[in-house]
Design a protein around this ligand. Structure first.
Ligand SMILES: [Zn+2]
Length: 422
């Protein structure tokens, strides 16, 4: 983990005040312990640039508030401190189009228990989905024995645009009936804790930052290529949501020379050219036109013709499947190249069902990005597949809660109040 505090080390020691200083300082010290701990007091001094006396006073306050405690690792000579991961728990919920996944995590976002159930999101009412989600949260709390731990908060990721401050989805195309539905308020009322709602791709990006392949990356893009296509933008360790929360909606960037109609009302959007649904449609067309022996054989057996089938065909050496994958990769990579030129990330993390079909796909993305970006922007650019798998969204939603409740400001407030969260 590495974010904010570690990257903005503040004034050099000479400029640091000897007294406890502004309350924000305690939040900053906590953030360093959260990102880089376990750490000794002198390591915290080195990383923050604060005076030794300042760090010492604030560590006492954090210990008294129950937020940090000594790391009991055997063999360590100097006492190190870590986040008191067992004082509370958070739950991350990932509402997918075909599943509902929940993870109960400690205060370092390490999963303690998880559950996943099938869901047909397009056919369920928001009330029913929240009832199912509430059942999962309650079951996880019982199962993992939240005993003694407080439920500090719940994070929820949904596949659509979200008004983050209001905690409501906004006109989500794949979630009929969810426009402005009070997701956060409903869950907060039931569980008596803060609830944060965000777009699923944003929470997946947070999951990669804390527990995936983006650890240590300052500014990166997480791109999800599934049925739809979207991106989460992490800027200096934090999600960039944009003015209205719509940042990263790259699935509806128009491609030159393409004319396929998109449900959004425009034509030639990246998603309808290169997304999972597009690959499935292209696979069905190739099978019925007998352009692909592999897909035709699948169709004859009534097997599903989807992105995964195209991936299997490419692996088996079917030329049409390989071309379909390469074309999708080139289209997504072409859009990512523009983002790379504009945003200059150090890393692009690729996730989602289509990306899961194999390294060949990621290679085609990488090739398109490198071919169409400027040499300086790609000088140290890495393109990696997600390492988190199907629970990445739920873990990311847990990270979202932790970012909010353990923010500089909140920790400062908690310590001032002399007790831990809530
Ligand atoms: Zn569109």
């Amino acid at each position: 983990m590495a974010r904010r505090a570690d990257r903005h080390p503040g004034p050099p020691p000479a400029a640091a005040p000897a007294d406890p200083g502004p309350t924000a300082t305690v939040g900053r010290i906590f953030q360093v312990v959260r990102d880089r701990g376990p750490l000794s007091a002198s390591e915290i001094v080195r990383r923050t640039g604060l005076a030794k006396s300042t760090v010492s006073v604030h560590l006492d306050r954090l210990r008294a508030a129950g937020l940090v405690r000594p790391d009991a690792r055997p063999g360590s000579k100097r006492q190190k401190l870590k986040v008191a991961d067992d004082v509370g728990a958070v739950v991350g919920l990932d509402v997918g189009q075909t599943h509902l996944t929940a993870a109960l995590c400690d205060l370092t976002a390490a999963p303690l228990a998880r559950r996943r159930i099938p869901l047909d999101l397009a056919r369920e009412t928001p009330e029913r989905v929240l009832a199912l989600a509430g059942g999962l949260v309650a079951a996880l709390c019982r199962e993992a024995g939240v005993r003694g731990r407080k439920l500090f908060g719940i994070g929820v990721g949904v596949p659509g645009p979200v008004d983050f401050a209001a905690g409501v989805p906004v006109s989500p195309p794949v979630m009929p009936g969810w426009d402005r539905f009070p997701v956060a308020t409903r869950l907060a009322k039931r569980f008596g804790c803060p609830v944060f709602l965000d777009n699923d791709v944003n929470v997946m990006a947070l999951g990669e930052r804390d527990r995936g392949v983006a650890a240590g990356a300052d500014s990166f893009i997480y791109v999800k290529i599934g049925t739809g296509i979207g991106a989460g933008i992490v800027l200096h360790g934090e999600i960039h949501r944009g003015a209205k929360g719509a940042a990263g909606d790259i699935g509806h960037i128009g491609l030159d020379g393409r004319d396929e109609p998109c449900p959004c009302g425009n034509r030639g959007c990246l998603e309808v050219v290169a997304g999972g649904a597009a690959l499935a449609a292209q696979a069905r067309a190739a099978a019925s036109a007998r352009r692909s022996p592999f897909l035709a054989a699948l169709a004859a057996r009534q097997a599903p013709l989807d992105a995964a089938a195209v991936g299997q065909g490419a692996l088996a050496g079917d030329a049409t499947c390989l071309r379909l994958l390469m074309d999708s990769g080139a289209a997504v990579g072409g859009v990512l190249a523009k983002l790379v030129n504009f945003f200059n990330p150090s890393l692009i993390v690729v996730g989602g069902g289509v990306a899961g079909v194999g390294e060949r796909y990621v290679a085609s993305l990488r090739e398109a990005i490198y071919r169409r970006s400027t040499p300086l922007a790609t000088a140290d650019l890495q393109v990696k597949r997600t390492a988190l798998g199907e629970e990445g969204g739920a873990v990311g939603a847990a990270v979202l809660v932790l970012d909010e409740i353990l923010s500089h400001q909140n920790v400062s407030r908690l310590v001032r109040g002399g007790r831990h969260a809530r």
